[in-house]
Design a protein around this ligand. Sequence first.
Ligand code: CUA
Length: 309
Amino acid sequence: MLPPRGSEFAGEIDIVFLGIYWLSQVLFWMITIPAVYFAWRFRYKPGRVTPHQTHNTTLEVIWTVIPLLICVGLFFWGLRGYMKFVVAPGDAMEVLVTGKQWLWQFEYPDGSRTVNDLHVEVNKPVKFTMTSEDVLHDFFVPDMRVKHDVVPGRYTQIWFTPTVLGQHTFTCAEYCGKDHSGMKGMLTVDSKEDFDKFMATGGTEWEIYRDSNRWAEWGKIQYERKGCNSCHSVDGSTSKGPSWKGLFGKTETLTNGSTAVVDDAYLQESMMQPSAKVVKGFEPIMPTFQGLLRPHEVKGLQAYIQSLK
Ligand code: CUA
């Protein structure tokens, strides 16, 4: 019924949730079954007169006090978990989360960044300080049992301690426009060694592509992970940015009237300083990928664009 438990307090949250769920089930049937029975038992019959009813103090006290005690109990049960949920431990690693249409950007303590690709260390608390660059989003990691609104102009916080190695999906849980459903990514819970390696190089995955010289394939992965696909098509259709199909080697006219040949240097400059040479007919809306793309990722993207003849 519920997704796998991936964090320290997932079990606690599930118990409260399931407790309330089953209590609701019991109450639902306790009310529905007698209601249906009474409707049948005391149905209309010619000549039957409804007796005059006055109140019954004992019954009324019972059905007021018992639910009151249950509700107060549920409140304190939930409050205990809530207090734990909102206050992160002091030694938690802090990750800055920025939501924007339509990608998730993560910034680690050393300043390195990733898009839609979140890495944390197993059994180490991690705190997320979140904000939005445009509209309301909602950061939701089902396996960790955390979900919180990400609000423009405001910082919100969640935290958890991951306990299960491997991959867990996260998503945006607040409708935020056309590609809301595509605003998702992968949380990888690493062992300490893997996490340290990730922080240094952004993972080891790229070495497979380097060793087999499949740079264009590596670039295609980056195209999706880094969110390039939200503005650049690869089939020649016009989106918010120029299509990548047939782009390499082309001479583009820029907004200032001059021209530029699309080569590796131009591509790299456009990733790091997107507003330096904007192609005519497009708005300078691309964010900088300075600090967001490692050299091997830039190399992959250059090879991928070159492969799109
Ligand atoms: Cu962001 Cu839905």
